[in-house]
Design a protein around this ligand. Structure first.
Ligand code: NAD
Ligand code: MG
Length: 384
């Protein structure tokens, strides 16, 4: 019963995590049953009692009715636009269709765009908000673990082009973020673990206490325990908010937002090699990439072997993808290296890697010899 009471307390009083940036400040509100109370939670920050909700078909079936009801109850006028689920909706075509419908509605400068969905909906809706009428107010209601801990904090929005992912975008900070653990109850387990990889990443970059917390409570996060999920989201958002506050527009090169790419150079290469076709989720690539970043750091002699073992044990205990050789697809080290060299984070033709001196001690380096990267890939199960 104490758990029930705690859960009720949690649902009544959500946690407010302030994010303060140079020109704006907003709260990430974290708790349960937030979507069904969204109207009341958002009313104080909306400049006009009028919103455009953007969501995808999956989320519309599962969570839209509660959001719409709460808007109705609080007298907020809304219009809902629904896109197909999946990365292909972060496209020029979808962007054009939605902007066209929004303009046809006769929106005003104060009409707020509300993103209800995962990172795809958040990035697309955010970019629409950033660009329509040179900028509309924006609210994020992230419904995947990944979007709650990662994409909804930081203000990056955008769509994909044929030349690569996220190449067209804008920084556009939300008025508010509602991270509702109740939304996660319908999330497929595989999506949940993929999002969890980004939480582990935060700990490994610069928050050893968060990584220790993950070692203790990661299993309950992945078992859909709402209290653990709320706490994990709180810690990961707090971490990302600190990094973003220090380097709002990713200009600090070495030690700012760039650190958030720990595990991502490897992860992106794996995703790109499979053609971003969804066989490997982003967070699954990151999970393997985190271990590879530790393995590379050990090889370079900058990180204790024991930390690599601890990271590996954590990922494997939770059944997260940890090694390339355990994936049901084969990869060639040469092909993966080609993708890494094309990574958009490349500067002056040299690859920038995020390495670690240990758990919670990430740093960037541009002096990583290609042969060592190759060795790490071969040792992890790649073909030459
Ligand atoms: P997603 O938005 O595609 O969602 C994954 C799947 O889960 C989709 O099929 C979706 O319909 C479904 N879904 C969403 N919420 C659900 C729920 N509560 N219950 C059941 N199903 C649900 O993917 P994602 O992993 O959330 O986000 C990935 C995107 O985020 C990528 O496009 C990536 O580029 C972007 N991203 C952006 C940032 C940023 O800073 N802006 C950071 C990280 C990732
Ligand atoms: Mg990521």
């Amino acid at each position: 019963t104490s758990r029930v009471i705690e859960a009720m307390a949690l649902s009544r009083r959500p946690i407010r995590l302030p994010v303060s940036l140079s020109h704006t400040a907003y709260d990430v509100v974290i708790g349960t049953d937030l979507i069904s109370r969204a109207g009341a939670l958002l009313a104080p920050v909306l400049p006009q009692k009028r919103v455009i909700i953007i969501t995808d078909e999956n989320v519309a079936d599962l969570h839209l009715p509660r959001l719409e009801a709460s808007m109705q109850d609080t007298g907020i006028r809304f219009r809902t636009l629904i896109v197909q689920p999946g990365e292909q909706s972060k496209s020029f075509a979808t962007y054009e269709r939605l902007v066209d419908e929004i303009l046809q509605e006769g929106v005003e400068r104060k009409t707020t765009i509300v993103a209800l969905g995962g990172g795809v909906v958040g990035d697309l809706a955010g970019f629409i908000a950033a660009t329509t009428l040179r900028g509309l107010p924006f609210v994020q209601i992230p419904t995947t673990l990944l979007s709650q801990v990662d994409s909804s904090v930081g203000g990056k929005t955008g769509i994909n082009t044929r030349w690569g992912k996220n190449l067209l975008g804008a920084f556009h900070q939300p008025l508010s973020v509602l991270a509702d653990a109740s939304a996660l109850t319908t999330l497929p387990k595989r999506e949940l673990s993929a999002g969890y990889a980004e939480i582990v990443k935060s700990g490994l970059i610069g928050d050893p206490a968060l990584f220790e917390w993950c070692e203790k409570h990661g299993e309950s996060v992945l078992n859909f325990d709402p209290e653990s999920q709320t706490e994990a989201v709180r810690q990961a958002c707090a971490f990302k908010a600190r990094v973003v506050a220090a380097d709002e527009r990713e200009q600090q090169g070495s030690d700012g937002r760039a650190l958030l790419n720990l595990g991502h150079t490897f992860g992106h290469a794996l995703e790109a090699e499979l053609g971003y076709d969804g066989r490997l989720l982003h967070g699954e690539g990151v999970s393997i990439g985190l271990r590879l970043a530790f393995a590379l750091s050990v090889k370079l002699g900058v990180c204790p072997q024991a930390d690599l073992e601890r990271v590996t044990a954590h990922l494997e205990t939770l059944g997260m993808p940890a090694r390339i050789r355990n994936l049901p697809y084969s990869f060639s080290a040469t092909d993966l290296m080609v993708h890494m060299q094309r990574d958009k984070k490349m500067q002056d033709g040299r690859l920038s890697f995020v390495l670690v001196r240990g758990i919670g001690k990430a740093f960037t380096s541009r002096d990583v010899p290609a042969e060592l990267v190759r060795e790490v890939l071969l040792e992890d199960g790649c073909a030459p």
